[in-house]
Design a protein. Structure first.
Length: 277
């Protein structure tokens, strides 16, 4: 029995050493952590936002690492012994999966895990499951995850998304070179947080006035987009201004008159300048 244990230990050590040598030239790229403001900026202010329907936005590999890598390091280390802490993680998006490279603070080797990602709407979490595990190019059984302090990784590796009050994530898809998120906006939260105080009632009245047809709803949507940009002192793109003008022209005369009256009622000069120039 002792001989068998010794033999297994020697085999394990040999595998690790060979893996280290096979992977000795590998480095993990360092990434800058991106905060929640970056995410909201992308999905609200730099997207072709539709407040009535589903939206879709894509994030590059670099952006995915900025949003997830350091958070996954913190999540992994929260369940590990200090002498086994992970130093860095990099997520490669390849062939519809996440190839994750992880380096340890007190070890010379790099661990590679293939992760599957899924969305749990009931728990409001992004979940990551280990599908493969290796050191260098050498595949290892998942049972050896215990040796690295990762025994419960498939139960504990998740990220909460319930802080994103401005949007409700509907789905997440991993493509060849990016991650695509589908979401709907939480309009009340967005208006409350980003629209200037003196324009909130104007926006609510506009939404009610323009909800009757698809044509008028397009204008309502673009008015909200413009108000969000105005409230955050962000320059409006020319394409949005063009859309506002064209949406307004498409309205019937009665709705146009009611809209102009509402803008004058709330002293929303910048919309008057755009629509009646």
């Amino acid at each position: 029995m002792k001989f068998l244990k010794l033999l297994l230990l020697i085999i394990l050590i040999s595998i690790i050493v060979i893996g280290v040598l096979a992977f000795s030239g590998e480095n993990i790229e360092s990434t800058k952590k991106l905060d929640e403001e970056f995410l909201i900026d992308r999905v609200v202010f730099k997207s072709n936002l539709d407040i009535y329907n589903k939206n879709t936005v894509s994030f590059t590999e670099e952006e995915v690492n900025g949003l997830l890598a350091k958070r996954l390091v913190d999540r992994l280390n929260s369940n590990m012994e200090k002498n086994k802490e992970i130093k860095n993680v990099y997520l490669n998006l390849k062939d519809g999966k996440i190839v994750t490279k992880a380096s340890f603070k007190n070890s010379p080797f790099i661990l590679i895990m293939d992760l599957n990602i899924s969305l749990d709407l009931d728990r409001n979490t992004l979940n990551f499951k280990v599908a493969d595990f290796k050191i260098g190019k050498l595949p290892l059984p998942n049972s050896l995850l215990n040796s690295f302090g990762l025994k419960d990784i498939n139960d504990s590796l998740y990220l909460n998304i319930n802080k994103l009050e401005e949007i409700d994530i509907l789905d997440i898809n991993l493509n060849e070179e990016n991650i695509e998120i589908s979401y709907k906006t939480n309009n009340d939260k967005i208006i409350e947080k980003y629209v200037p105080k003196n324009q909130k009632e104007f926006i609510k009245e506009i939404e009610s006035l323009l909800e009757k047809s698809e044509t008028s709803k397009k204008l309502a949507n673009n008015i909200v987009r413009a108000a969000l940009l105005y409230g955050t002192e962000t320059e409006m793109p020319g394409s949005l201004i063009d859309d506002l003008e064209n949406n307004f022209i498409s309205l019937d005369n009665k709705t146009k008159a009611n809209l102009v009256f509402t803008m004058l009622k709330y002293n929303i000069d910048y919309f008057v300048d755009i629509l009646l120039k």
